[in-house]
Design a protein around this ligand. Structure first.
Ligand SMILES: C[S@@+](CC[C@H](N)C(=O)[O-])C[C@H]1O[C@@H](n2cnc3c(N)ncnc32)[C@H](O)[C@@H]1O
Length: 220
């Protein structure tokens, strides 16, 4: 996935997202947000907020900042904010791989159905870790490649088709852990047979030295 094509694909998705995929993901998003334990003064970052399905489930306190690449998705999101008077939420267009926020800004980062949409999932996690305070919570909801060899192979095989639709199907959670250094607190699925998983991480900033090492290597 490249950000330039992602923008166009999700501008199209924005027209029917809430009536299709948005309905399918609601319950999972609601449950995941409960695991964030957001308190009154917390600052929450929702990366790739899309049409703002998550806005139904955040507590009406604290502050929610949402970013997304797609103007179409953001238009739908802003409509919800306006119509429902969600004054605690603010969204704007930005690339989640180059966030315009200072280090250690947020108390929680939510990454819902985005990690397999961005061109560099490892960079997304690193950016989340950078802008998130130490000890804060990062919650990722996504489909990951199956550890079953046969299903994993089918998912890899289907990946070129999925990419045309707006996501990749071959990201393995183990790779994400290995390449970012994140330590997972726990993970769960809503049903025993569920394509999607919720992964809860406490930000130890362990991924950041990896990024520094890579930067150093590139510069050398
Ligand atoms: C499948 S939608 C998920 C929307 C929402 N988080 C949800 O769970 O309903 C993926 C969203 O990620 C956004 N996105 C993809 N790449 C991005 C990037 N690099 N920066 C910011 N947003 C991005 C897309 O525009 C799209 O709105």
């Amino acid at each position: 996935m490249q950000e330039s094509s992602t923008k166009k694909i999700y501008d199209i998705h924005s027209v029917f997202y809430d009536a299709t995929f948005g309905r399918l993901v609601k319950r999972r998003i609601e449950r995941a947000i409960k695991h964030m334990n957001i308190s009154d003064t917390d600052l929450v970052l929702d990366l790739g907020i899309g049409t703002g399905v998550s806005l139904n489930f955040y507590p009406q306190r604290g502050k929610i900042i949402g970013v997304d690449l797609s103007a179409g998705m953001l238009r739908e999101c802003r409509k919800k904010i306006r119509e429902r008077g969600l004054d605690h939420a603010e969204v704007f267009q930005a690339n989640a791989l180059q966030l315009p926020f200072a280090d250690d800004t947020f108390d929680h980062v939510f990454i819902s159905h985005v990690i397999t949409v961005v061109s560099d999932p490892y960079m997304l996690v690193r950016e989340a870790q950078r802008v998130c305070k130490p000890g804060a919570r990062i919650v990722i909801v996504n489909h990951f490649q199956s550890t079953n060899r046969f299903i994993g192979m089918v998912e890899k095989w289907l990946c070129p088709l999925c990419t045309k639709l707006g996501w990749r199907s071959d990201l393995a959670l183990q790779d994400l852990i290995r390449r970012t250094g994140v330590e997972i607190d726990y993970r769960y699925k809503l049903e025993s047979i569920d394509l999607w998983e919720t992964v809860v991480i406490t930000n130890t900033k362990s991924a950041l030295p990896t990024l520094e090492t890579e930067r150093h290597t590139i510069a050398a």
